[in-house]
Design a protein around this ligand. Structure first.
Ligand SMILES: Cc1cc2nc3c(=O)[nH]c(=O)nc-3n(C[C@H](O)[C@H](O)[C@H](O)COP(=O)(O)OP(=O)(O)OC[C@H]3O[C@@H](n4cnc5c(N)ncnc54)[C@H](O)[C@@H]3O)c2cc1C
Length: 497
């Protein structure tokens, strides 16, 4: 293969990589992207997303800068609230048990709004997340979970817009060209060894940005780092995030950071395919459990479905399902809340049962002990509750007391048939461990020094997530640190000239 040397090679073509490529280009560098997947499967995990976008905003005026085409009718019907820096810090701190790297967290949060404006300038459009993060109560939609803003058209449109902009900026992409190793010279990283059309080829560059995702699609690494059982999880997104980028960096002495035994995983249809299907995107997920209950093979509840809005619990509850016998669960709802279930509950490929009585439903839940299930339902319905109204837009305090595991919000009784049940298992989204980076997205070596010419962004970066995750952070982290990585790589190239 005859390729002229470029300033910066970017490994990957997901959100973080393409943002990195655009940022390097904007800062004067010539850029080449390498992508392992074929073109029709491009976009990595980013293409699978619903586009939730966790951004700081102080009210409607800020959102209007990102969504200028919002109309008056929408405006009069919504209460977007705020999502201030303080709220963002609180969420990240609480969910990560205060382990998140303070520098990276500060950069993520304080640069989030600016990253949104930058993405818009690059052609990405935004919308209100009405169908997913707000319910209509008393004639008005009220947003919860810090996620009023979504990328218009979700991940597919995100990748389309960024890809179009990259093509416009003459950034070449080699598809079906996995990076297999980093080349080193006297002054640091000097390019990437790839496999192209069956041959190993060395592509030279002055700097490299790695944005090749985590190791969620690598069964062996999941078992090794996350622990027993994780090899059996379904992969929600790309089959190509197998940890190769991480391995390449570790092979030349990169330092690791973050929660290597931790991962983002949620409730995912029990009959979903082993890896993601781009036509279905994220809709095998089942995030409506706060308004129902979840039972395991014994028919028993094993978590507090109402601990918080799903945005703050879903990413750790996949790991709870993994611990259950048979690694599956059923989510149960009655007609009082079925209308609150998101679009993902209405796709044709959904594992669903319906019955007019709980006894009839008990016989239909494959793998579940019917007696255990009916006992659970009797106890749940009989548990004392305060006399407060159900309200899905706030923590309503409608909780049970006296159960082995209480449900602490939205705990209505099951009394309005037909009852519906949805079968789920563990779907892994991405892994939390990664490489250690400086505030300029340089990858550090094990002695704490930046490896000259090597940068990282996206899922590959360790230190942001521990134990849990606030939805909509992954794309934002990719945008914020992709932008920094591209800019830093271009600056490094200028200095090296
Ligand atoms: C179903 C689903 C829904 C999600 N929903 C949201 C959401 O709404 N909001 C949100 O913020 N986050 C969401 N996420 C998380 C989000 O997708 C990730 O955090 C983010 O997209 C990661 O971006 P990235 O660029 O680091 O990785 P990716 O987008 O996965 O890109 C990595 C790229 O590297 C390529 N690659 C891998 N190895 C190599 C190699 N050796 N050589 C060359 N290329 C390679 C891959 O093919 C891929 O294209 C979701 C994830 C999934 C799976």
């Amino acid at each position: 293969m005859d390729m002229p040397e470029v300033d910066v090679i970017v490994v990957g073509a997901g959100n973080a990589a393409t943002v990195g490529a655009l940022s390097a280009r904007e800062n004067g560098a010539s850029v080449l992207q390498l992508e392992i997947s074929p073109e029709h499967y491009r976009g990595g995990n980013s293409a699978f997303t619903g586009g939730a976008w966790r951004i700081v905003y102080h009210g409607f005026d800020d959102l209007a800068r990102l969504i200028p085409d919002i109309n008056d009718h929408e405006l009069s019907n919504v209460d977007v609230g705020t999502y201030t820096e303080e709220q963002y810090y609180d969420d990240v701190g609480r969910l990560t048990e205060y382990r998140s790297d303070p520098d990276l967290t500060e950069i993520l949060i304080t640069q989030s709004f600016d990253a949104g404006l930058w993405m818009r300038e690059k052609g990405v459009r935004f919308q209100l997340g009405l169908g997913r993060q707000a319910f209509k109560v008393d004639g008005k939609f009220k947003f919860w979970g810090g996620l009023a803003c979504h990328i218009w058209g979700g991940g597919k449109e995100l990748i389309k817009s960024l890809g179009a902009r990259a093509a416009h900026e003459q950034i070449a992409i080699l598809y079906e060209t996995p990076a297999v190793a980093l080349l080193q010279g006297d002054n640091g990283v000097a390019g990437v060894r790839v496999r192209h059309k069956g041959r190993l080829v060395d592509l030279r560059s002055k700097a490299v940005v790695l944005a090749a995702g985590g190791f969620e699609a690598n069964t062996e690494m999941r078992a090794r780092y996350l622990g027993p059982g994780w090899d059996l999880a379904k992969v929600r997104g790309s089959r190509y995030n197998t940890g190769q980028g991480l391995r390449m960096a570790l092979d030349i002495g990169a330092a690791t950071a973050g929660h290597w035994s931790g991962a983002h995983a949620c409730a995912w249809d029990m009959n979903a395919p082993p890896v993601g299907d781009l036509d279905v995107g994220d809709r095998f997920q089942k995030h409506g459990y706060p308004y129902g209950i979840v039972v395991n093979a014994k028919g028993q509840r094993f978590l507090d479905e109402g601990a918080d809005f799903h945005s703050y619990t879903y990413a750790k509850y996949g790991g709870e399902i993994l611990k259950q016998p048979g690694m599956f669960a059923w989510q149960i709802f009655d007609q009082k809340t079925v209308h609150l279930l998101r679009d993902e509950y209405r796709i044709p490929r959904t594992t669903k049962e319906k019955a007019d009585t709980l006894e009839e439903l008990a016989g239909k839940l494959e793998g579940v002990d019917p007696r255990g299930f009916l006992e659970t339902m009797r106890a749940f319905n009989g548990a004392p509750r305060p006399d407060v109204p159900f309200n899905p837009n706030v923590h309503d305090g409608l909780r049970t007391t006296g159960l082995a595991i209480d449900k602490t919000n939205w705990a209505q009784q099951f009394d309005t048939p037909p009852y519906e049940a949805y079968g789920v298992t563990t779907g892994i989204t991405f892994t939390f461990g990664g490489v250690k980076i400086t505030n300029s997205a340089e990858i550090e070596d094990t002695s704490g020094m930046p490896i000259p010419g090597l940068f990282a962004a996206g899922e590959m970066v360790g230190g942001l997530y521990y134990h849990n995750y606030a939805s909509g952070t992954g794309l934002m982290a990719g945008a914020v640190f992709g932008r920094i990585a591209g800019k830093s790589a271009a600056a490094y190239v200028r200095m090296a000239r």
